[in-house]
Design a protein around this ligand. Structure first.
Ligand SMILES: Nc1ncnc2c1ncn2[C@@H]1O[C@H](COP(=O)(O)OP(=O)(O)OP(=O)(O)O)[C@@H](O)[C@H]1O
Length: 373
């Protein structure tokens, strides 16, 4: 029979949301946010350098205190007008740009260090799972200087998780790694994403990282949250600076529908259509996230009968927006599902020549599809 206190805790946990409201005024910068974020999955705090991402993370960690701030995490108040939990009382894990491991302790002792100081440490079986998930079992006897940057970061992530935090904060955990190491560690982060039940706030200014890892995005600009929402929705909004970028892209959640061994192709299905990709070694039914750059999509009014392009999707124009360099950004609904969007970036000249307008049916020719996991 649960005690009253346990019943209150479980009732509070069901609220499943993070609410963060903060205002900070520095002489040359102000941050003003009021955010409701999902209580699970990875939320990216995404924006250019100086947009306020780290400041927001520090406020959430309790490393800074501002008056009138409010923070609740899955129903537990961490800060309001009466309460301010100091950092050491907040059940959180914090992973920084550079793994801050103790140099005189090996990886195992580094993991144990935090665990000894909390009443909520993982049991040995759960810790073994985390060690396996991050692929660090063979590194446990090594000291930090005997590890690569990526390996150190994996140990730092395991250490953050070993205290069973209610929230994991990651501040550009890949920023200090070179490209090769980044690509080494990304699959581990993707595995974490699938395995973790706690919410993760992930600071990044890299669209590529965010496209791979995030479920929800907070797009930060000059201390404000310009947009908050599911990643596919935010990425395909043509009114945001993100879409005007050369890297603008749409994300589509897909399921592996079948393989064609003869032609070394894999067919993936999404709500409203399907795409052919180079052969993927993933089982039918597995989910993958596809990223399609706006610059890789061209449009035709009639279905091209003789094209080398594998993926030609019937679509309908949802929105046209003229952007710089005499180009037009077009948002397309693909198939029957209005929630699945593609972006196409074409010249104004072509747009006028084809007489494109909102509501018009077209065929989207997709030159390249990148897989995000
Ligand atoms: N203690 C401080 N006093 C005054 N200004 C500060 C202070 N801390 C941060 N700032 C300013 O606040 C702004 C936001 O900084 P913040 O580190 O939050 O940005 P960021 O988006 O995390 O940037 P980056 O991606 O470069 O880490 C910057 O203009 C910074 O100079």
């Amino acid at each position: 029979m649960p005690t009253n206190q346990q019943a209150q805790v479980s009732a509070a946990i069901e609220t499943d949301q993070i609410h963060a409201r903060f205002r900070v005024d520095y002489p040359d910068f102000s941050l003003d946010v009021d955010l409701d974020l999902p209580g699970q999955g990875v939320t990216a705090l995404f924006g250019h350098s100086g947009s306020g991402k780290t400041t927001l993370l520090r406020l959430i960690a309790g490393l800074m205190r501002v008056p009138n701030g409010h923070l609740s995490v899955n129903g537990r108040i961490w800060q309001d007008s009466e309460t301010f939990l100091p950092t050491h009382q907040r059940p959180l894990g914090y992973v920084f740009q550079e793994a801050s491991l103790f140099p005189h302790l090996n990886a195992r002792r580094n993991l144990e260090y935090g665990m000894k100081r909390t009443a909520n440490a993982m049991d040995p079986a759960a810790l073994r799972d985390v060690i396996d998930l991050l692929g660090i079992a063979h590194l446990l006897d090594r000291r930090p200087h005997q590890l690569s940057g990526g390996e150190r970061q994996r140990v730092a992530i395991a250490r953050a998780l070993a205290v069973q935090p209610a929230l994991l904060l990651m501040d550009e955990p890949l920023a200090a790694l070179d490209l090769k190491r980044k690509y080494e560690i990304l699959p581990y982060l993707e595995r974490l994403h699938d395995a973790l039940e706690i919410p993760v706030l992930y600071v990044s200014h890299s669209p590529d990282e965010v496209a791979r890892l995030a479920d929800t995005v907070v797009l930060m600009e000059q201390g404000r949250a310009l947009a908050v929402g599911p990643i596919a929705e935010v990425f395909s909004r043509t009114d945001l600076p993100l879409a005007q970028d050369q890297d603008a892209s749409a994300l589509i959640e897909c399921t592996i529908a079948g393989h064609d061994d003869r032609d070394a192709l894999t067919r993936v299905a999404f709500a409203g259509g399907c795409l052919w990709l180079g052969r993927l070694e993933r089982p039918v039914g597995a989910t993958v996230r596809a990223r399609i750059h706006a610059r890789d999509v061209s449009l035709a009014l009639v279905e091209p009968a003789s094209s080398t392009i594998l993926n030609i999707l019937p679509a309908r124009i949802q929105e046209l927006r003229e952007i710089e360099q005499a180009q037009v950004l077009i948002r397309l609904a693909v198939g029957d599902d209005p929630a699945t969007s593609l972006l196409a970036r074409i010249t104004r000249h072509s747009c006028v020549r084809l007489g494109l307008q909102v509501g018009q049916p077209v065929f989207a020719q997709v030159k390249t599809v990148a897989l995000m996991d």
